[in-house]
Design a protein around this ligand. Structure first.
Ligand SMILES: [Fe+2]
Length: 220
């Protein structure tokens, strides 16, 4: 029986002590944004709070607005064969540390276990490693469809706001290529690829770092 995103948040956040935030990016929301690219708000709740599950506000139940995550361009900097690595920030000397976590769900709201999430991004100076795998790596979701990586906040480069590229793939499924964005960035409005519905939700993390969350929804 499908479980709700709220259930997933409650179980995931309680287990991991992660921020009580969730963002999703669905084609339903894309359709609502219109051809001009002016995005609508997401249907997901974004309620800052503590790690205590009792502080959570209600999150819309899964099943009422759960189109797949919006596909976005791969861009020119993807490298196949990234290592399995949940700590993309290892060995990266500069940049604000970022913990990114969330879930992978089907459009029927079931968690997707062993989904592969392959991330790549620029460093805090806007540079990609195109000869190696710095700030590149993949992880798999657990039995509850949860994932978590540590990285750094990506920097800006000409024409682009801050973003993280990702390919999300259920076992045996087709990979979905998309990009994640950050709320409140001045450059969001100047980036023609940016879409609000692909924003993560953010909170401050320990030691001056940041924490972000995003729920991927895959066709099922
Ligand atoms: Fe990029």
């Amino acid at each position: 029986m499908p479980i709700s995103r709220r259930d997933l948040i409650l179980s995931g956040m309680a287990a991991a002590g992660l921020p009580t935030l969730l963002a999703a990016c669905s084609s339903d929301e894309r359709a609502a944004s219109g051809p001009s690219g002016s995005p609508s708000s997401t249907g997901a709740a974004a309620t800052p709070g503590t790690a205590g599950a009792t502080t959570l506000a209600a999150t819309p139940a899964c099943g009422d607005d759960d189109g797949p995550t919006l596909a976005q361009t791969e861009g020119p900097f993807f490298t196949s064969g990234s290592p399995a690595n949940a700590d993309l920030a290892a060995g990266v000397g500069s940049g604000t540390r970022l913990s990114l976590s969330g879930t992978v769900l089907t459009t029927r709201c079931d968690p997707v276990k062993r989904a592969k999430l392959d991330f790549w991004q620029a460093d805090d100076e806007g540079e990609y490693d195109n000869s190696g795998f710095r700030l590149r790596g993949h992880v798999f979701t657990d039995d509850q469809g949860r994932y978590q990586i540590t990285t750094v906040m990506p920097g800006l480069y000409p024409g682009r706001t801050r973003h993280i590229h990702v390919k999300a793939q259920a076992p045996g499924g087709r990979p979905l290529t998309t990009q994640l964005y950050f709320p409140g960035e001045a450059a969001n409005g100047r980036d023609s690829i940016y879409r609000k519905e692909c924003e993560v939700t953010m909170s401050d993390g320990p030691g001056g770092g940041k924490q972000a969350s995003f729920a991927f929804v895959l066709e099922a």
